[in-house]
Design a protein around this ligand. Structure first.
Ligand code: SGN
Ligand code: CA
Length: 524
């Protein structure tokens, strides 16, 4: 499949684009919309009210979707931060861009979408969580968090060195984004990447949000007490809320009075002045402790164990997570207000997404990594410029490798042949692309590592999912998502599905070949 030809055509037909690079004739006027790409860290569909109203209220993310589109089948190619960001930047699967796990270095010298936009005359800026290592390239302006960054008094790495800011990270990232918009050249289109830290672990809310959602009692997911029968890799994963090893009372549930110790150290060592708690000012710590103090006393007095303890941790986890996400949503509102005030809504594509989905107690878990729905999915909603007519739900399958070719098309840049993603611009224009995917490919490789999720690859079609866990195991899983949306019933040995499983293995092999993944299975 030649993606470039197939996806480039619809835009040319509307007369909206002409290649800005290497094109002799400019017959058509490129629209060259501005792009504001907002990405959070670990924010999952279940916790966004335009996807699911049971838990959290996210009025500003909903506001983006209201006048635009909501993708209902949006997936990542590798459910972990660094690799997901590399997929965004390159439009390629992890094995092609080289960033296969969080530890691996990203080669910043390679072709990236921001570089191509910059060459085509876009002003580009990257503010917030980078998580690719090295020095960002292709941006006129950048200020990035070191590693995971911190919630309070975060450091930023800038071209001029490292600076420590005062305040809460989501507010600061938004201030920096608005400041950059204020100072940009108004006669050129721009692409701004706003990459929030929130709501990443260890879910530290902003002080003014501490009391939000305190009266809520969240329903337990149906699969909270999953016994992982028939799913071998799930049995050994270390991401259980109920486990004191996996979800730590001190680091994660804030049960800290000054004497408790935690297995988790480094930046989350609360005693360390560089740790996330240690970074708070004395006044901030006082407010923090005044809030958590009574919760901790009550918890200690109840001496919980077993299911009661697991459910207490679940309730505290959801509260802290949702409060942390609230600060992000409030700040998205602030950014939208600014864009509205500046009259930028009509010619700007505003994308809201996350680097992957997350478990909010489903299968008893937190974290991500698995190819199961909660973490394979990632929220994706967009406000569209006036001339992009589509509204409502886009149900076709899209993946995070698709942003790069889409943004390039919008900028009128010829999409390079080696980009593996497919532009979703035709959907935004209310058209059908020439090629509609019937399957997405996934490959996760961070093992052995924290949370102990085995390496695996697989495909998801509209109705089915085939996964192969490999490396130190050799386990296949097959799910019928229509009959078993919670993925509890592995059908790999069910004779009734044998034919379908064979067909999916053929399809998986074909995609591994098409994407040229060097790690493939031998089909016999
Ligand atoms: C940290 C977290 C993990 C998380 C990874 C990757 N541990 O190591 O729970 O899976 O980041 O997250 S913590 O104790 O340091 O919080 S990612 O989103 O950046 O990939
Ligand atoms: Ca993440």
């Amino acid at each position: 499949m030649n993606f470039t030809t197939s996806i480039y055509k619809p835009l040319l037909l509307t007369g909206a684009a002409c290649c800005a690079v290497g094109c002799a004739q400019k017959e058509a006027t490129p629209k060259r919309y501005n792009i504001v790409y907002i990405m959070t860290d670990d924010h999952t569909e279940q916790m966004i009210s335009c996807y699911n109203k049971r838990f959290a209220h996210t009025p500003n993310i909903d506001r983006i979707a209201e006048n635009g589109v909501r993708f209902t089948s949006s997936f990542v190619a590798n459910s972990i931060s660094g690799p997901s960001r590399a997929c965004l930047m390159t439009g390629k699967h992890s094995h092609k861009n080289g960033k296969v796990n969080n530890d691996h270095n990203f080669d910043n010298d390679q072709q990236t979408m921001p570089k191509l936009l910059q060459t085509a005359g876009y002003q580009t800026a990257m503010i917030g969580k980078w998580h690719l290592g090295g020095t960002p390239q292709g941006f006129d302006y950048w200020e990035i968090l070191p590693g995971q960054g911190d919630y309070y008094q975060p450091d930023f790495i800038t071209p001029n060195g490292r600076v420590r800011e005062t305040g809460y990270v989501s507010d600061i990232i938004t201030d920096k984004s608005i400041n950059w918009l204020e100072s940009r050249q108004e006669d050129k289109p721009f692409c701004l990447f706003v990459h929030h830290k929130g709501p990443h672990r260890n879910w530290m809310p902003k002080l003014s949000d501490l009391s939000a959602y305190e009266d809520s009692v969240f329903p337990l997911p149906e699969t909270f007490y999953d016994d992982y029968a028939g799913r071998v890799a799930a049995q050994t994963a270390e991401m259980r809320i109920a486990s004191e090893h996996d979800m730590d009372l001190v680091n994660d549930n804030k049960v800290y009075t000054g004497t408790e110790t935690s297995r988790l150290s480094g930046m989350y060592n609360w005693k360390d002045s560089l740790g996330s708690y240690g970074r708070m000012s004395a006044a901030e710590k006082e407010q923090w402790n005044a809030f958590y103090g009574p919760i901790i006393s009550d918890f200690k007095a109840r001496n919980l164990s077993g299911k009661e303890l697991a459910e207490w941790k679940y309730q505290r986890y959801l509260k802290d997570y949702i409060k942390t996400a609230k600060a992000v949503d409030d700040n998205i509102g602030r950014l939208l207000d600014y864009l509205e005030k500046e009259g930028l809504m009509e010619n700007t594509l505003i994308v809201y997404t996350s680097d992957q989905g997350f478990y909010m107690g489903e299968h008893g878990w937190f974290d991500k990594r698995f190819m199961y729905e909660e973490s394979l999915r990632t929220p994706l909603v967009m406000h569209l410029p006036k001339d992009l007519k589509r509204r409502g739900d886009v149900t076709e399958m899209v993946q995070n490798i698709d942003h790069a070719p889409t943004f390039l098309e919008i900028a009128g840049v010829q999409v390079p042949q080696d980009i593996q993603g497919e532009s979703y611009l035709p959907y935004l224009m209310g058209e059908k692309p020439e090629h509609v995917r019937d399957a997405i490919y996934y490959h996760y490789q961070e093992y052995p590592a924290e949370h102990a999720v085995k390496r695996h690859y697989g495909i998801r079609t509209e109705r089915y999912k085939l996964i192969h866990f490999y490396n130190d195991v050799d386990e296949w899983e097959f799910f019928d998502l229509q009959k078993d949306s919670l993925e509890m019933n592995n059908l790999i040995n069910d004779p009734a599905y044998a034919q379908l499983i064979e067909e999916h293995k053929v399809k998986l092999k074909a995609l591994q070949e098409k994407y040229d993944d060097p790690i493939r299975f031998e089909y016999q």
